[in-house]
Design a protein around this ligand. Structure first.
Ligand SMILES: Cc1cc2nc3c(=O)[nH]c(=O)nc-3n(C[C@H](O)[C@H](O)[C@H](O)COP(=O)(O)OP(=O)(O)OC[C@H]3O[C@@H](n4cnc5c(N)ncnc54)[C@H](O)[C@@H]3O)c2cc1C
Length: 499
C-alpha cells in the first residue's frame, strides 16, 4: 500500500456513458458522497460512447429484428423486445428529469426524433415481419407502428432505398415515428460537465494500472498520470469499472472470485458514411434489415440518418471484423493478456464452439470496398462509391463465460459483475448498449448498495417514475410518461423528408 493514499467514497473508472450515468444517479441519491473519475484519454466519451464509434440508435426494439424470434409453432416471441423497450423508457425518464431540473440543457443536442423501420425482402421474411408487427401492435409500448408491403407506400417512406430497385420479390417494412437518434458522446460530455459543476473530480489522461483490496475492505487504485508518468494511489469504499472494452483486464486485477472464468472476445466495426447533402436529404429514418445467416446479432445491417454536431449524415453498416484490441485506443496484446489460467478452458471452449463466427469475422475483415459497396447497394441500389467514406467504429468485447448451456458460451448482452460485498462492480459487454445505461446502472446500485435502496427509492421514483413498474402492463402510466418525456426532450417535432 502507498503512503500517499488519497481517500474518497466512490471511484469511477472510465469517462464513457456508463460512468457518466452512474455518477449522475449517485449525485442525486447521495449528494454528499465524494466521487472521483479517472479517464485515460483527454476527454469524456471518446471510446465506444463517441458519436462516430456507435450507431446512435436509441434501442427500443422498434426496428431491431434480432430482439424478436420466431418460435417453433410459428408465433413470435416478443419478450426481449418488450424488455428492451422498457429499459429505454427508463433512460428517457432519467434524461427528462435531468433536463427539467436544469442539470443538463438543450436536449436537441443529444437526442432527435427519427422514424425506426425494419425492412425485409422475400416471402418468408415478409411473413415474419407481418407476424412481428401484429404481435407488437397489441403492446402499448409499440403504439403507432405501421406495416406496409405496398411498394408505392415504401417509396414515400424510404425513397432512397426504393429508387432503382428491381422488385422481383416481395418487400415489406414497418415504421414507428417515435424512434430516436441519440448522440451518446454529446450526452456524456453534458453529464460530465454537470458532474464537474457538482464538485466531482475528473482526472483526464490518468490511466488505472491496478486495483487492490486494502486491509479495511476498501479498494486502492494505482493511477498513472499520462502527462508526467507519475504514479498516484487513491482509495475508495466503492469502485465502478466502467472501462468499456478495458473493463475485463481491470476486473481481473481485482482478483475477486466473481472475476474468474470470464473471457472477452473483441469484435471491431466499420461504418460507411455519406455526407453528400443531396443524398442525405433523401433519407430520413433508421432502417434495420435482417442479419445474414451465420452473422452475429451486432452485425445486422442498417442505414441510419444521423445527427452529429450540426450536420446530418447517413451511416451504413456495421461491417464486423476482428482486432485483438479491447479498446479502439487499446493494444494488440489485449486479447492474449486477458487469457489467464482460470479462464483458459473457458476461452478454448469458446474458440472451438465459435469457429463459424471467427470465420465470418475474418471474411468481413477481408471485404474489399467493392464488396462493401455491393452490400450497401442491397439497401441503396443507386449508391455511388464516391459519396461514401469508411469510418472505424468502436470495439465491442463480447463476454465469454461458462453457463448452464456449457463451457465457453459467447454472450451478446451486458453483464454487471460485482464482488459479493458490493464494493466493486464492472460492466462487461456492449449490447443493447448505451441506450440502456440507466437500467444497467440501476442494477449496479441494487447489487452494490442494497442497504440504501429503501432510502433512495422515493428519489429514484421522482427521477424515473416507472422504476419497478412494468409500463407494458400499465398503459395509462406509459401514455403519461411517454407524452411528458416527448415534450421535455423535444421529440414532438417531425422533420419533413426533402426530395
Ligand atoms: C459499432 C458499435 C455500434 C454501437 N451502436 C450502438 C447503438 O446504436 N446504440 C446503443 O445504445 N449502443 C450502441 N453501441 C454500444 C455503446 O456504444 C456502448 O455500450 C457504450 O458506449 C459503452 O459505454 P461505456 O461507458 O461502457 O464504455 P466506453 O464508452 O468505451 O468508455 C470506457 C472509457 O474507459 C476508459 N478506460 C478504459 N480503460 C481505462 C483505464 N485502465 N484507465 C482509465 N480509463 C480507462 C476508456 O478510455 C473509455 O473512455 C455500439 C457500439 C459499437 C462498438
Amino acid at each position: 500500500m502507498s503512503g500517499m493514499q488519497k481517500k474518497t467514497d466512490v471511484i469511477l473508472i472510465g469517462a464513457g456513458v456508463m460512468s457518466a450515468t452512474l455518477g449522475s444517479l449517485l449525485k442525486e441519491l447521495a449528494p454528499e458522497w465524494e466521487i472521483k473519475v479517472f479517464e485515460k484519454l483527454a476527454n469524456a466519451g471518446e471510446e465506444s460512447t463517441n458519436e462516430w464509434n456507435n450507431a446512435g440508435t436509441g434501442h427500443a426494439a422498434l426496428c431491431e429484428l434480432n430482439y424478436t424470434s420466431e418460435k417453433a409453432d410459428g408465433s413470435i416471441d416478443i419478450r426481449k423486445a418488450v424488455n428492451i423497450n422498457e429499459q429505454f423508457q427508463l433512460s428517457r425518464q432519467f434524461w427528462s428529469f435531468l433536463v427539467s431540473s436544469n442539470l443538463i440543457r438543450n436536449p436537441q443536442d443529444f437526442i432527435k426524433p427519427i422514424p425506426h423501420m425494419s425492412l425485409v425482402t422475400g416471402d418468408e421474411n415478409v411473413s415474419f415481419l407481418k407476424k412481428r408487427f401484429k404481435a407488437l401492435s397489441d403492446v402499448p409500448l409499440f403504439q403507432g407502428m405501421e406495416f406496409s408491403d405496398d411498394p408505392e407506400k415504401l417509396k414515400e417512406w424510404i425513397p432512397l432505398i426504393m429508387e432503382g430497385r428491381t422488385l422481383n420479390e416481395p418487400i415489406a417494412a414497418t415504421k414507428v415515428d417515435s424512434g430516436t437518434d441519440v448522440n451518446f458522446g454529446a450526452l456524456t460530455r453534458m453529464l460530465f460537465d454537470h458532474l464537474k459543476s457538482k464538485n466531482v473530480e475528473i482526472y483526464y489522461k490518468h490511466k488505472i494500472k491496478d486495483i487492490k483490496r486494502t486491509s479495511d475492505g476498501s479498494w486502492e487504485v494505482k493511477v498513472q498520470n499520462l502527462d508526467n508518468g507519475k504514479i498516484e494511489y487513491h482509495t475508495a469504499k466503492f469502485v465502478f469499472i466502467g472501462g468499456g472494452g478495458g473493463s475485463l483486464p481491470l476486473l481481473q486485477r481485482t482478483g475477486i472470485p466473481e472475476s474468474k472464468h470470464i473471457g472477452g472476445f473483441p469484435v471491431s466495426g466499420l461504418f460507411m458514411v455519406c455526407k453528400n447533402p443531396a443524398v442525405v436529404a433523401q433519407h430520413h429514418a433508421k432502417v434495420y434489415g435482417k442479419a445474414k445467416i451465420g452473422a452475429p446479432p451486432m452485425s445486422v445491417p442498417h442505414l441510419d440518418t444521423r445527427y452529429i454536431g450540426n450536420q446530418k449524415a447517413l451511416l451504413f453498416g456495421p461491417f464486423a471484423g476482428f482486432s485483438p484490441k479491447f479498446l479502439k485506443t487499446g493494444s494488440n496484446l489485449d486479447l492474449i493478456c486477458s487469457v489467464k489460467p482460470n479462464n483458459l478452458c473457458t476461452m478454448l471452449a469458446a474458440g472451438a464452439k465459435e469457429m463459424a463466427l471467427t470465420k465470418y469475422l475474418i471474411q468481413q475483415v477481408m471485404l474489399s470496398n467493392e464488396k462493401r459497396l455491393e452490400e450497401l447497394r442491397e439497401f441503396i441500389p443507386n449508391a455511388k462509391i464516391e459519396d461514401w467514406e469508411i469510418v472505424v467504429a468502436g470495439q465491442r468485447v463480447q463476454v465469454i463465460k461458462d453457463t448452464e448451456a456449457g463451457k465457453g458460451a459467447l454472450q451478446f448482452g451486458t453483464e454487471v459483475v460485482s464482488a459479493a460485498d458490493g464494493s466493486v462492480a464492472a460492466l462487461l459487454g456492449a449490447s443493447p448498449g448505451a441506450s440502456t445505461a440507466v437500467n444497467v446502472m440501476l442494477k449496479v446500485l441494487e447489487k452494490c448498495f442494497p442497504q440504501h435502496m429503501k432510502e433512495w427509492e422515493p428519489k429514484i421514483k421522482e427521477m424515473i417514475p416507472s422504476y419497478g413498474v412494468s409500463l407494458a402492463e400499465n398503459p395509462e402510466l406509459f401514455q403519461e410518461i411517454h407524452a411528458s418525456t416527448t415534450q421535455t426532450l423535444g421529440l414532438g417535432q417531425k422533420e419533413p423528408l426533402h426530395r
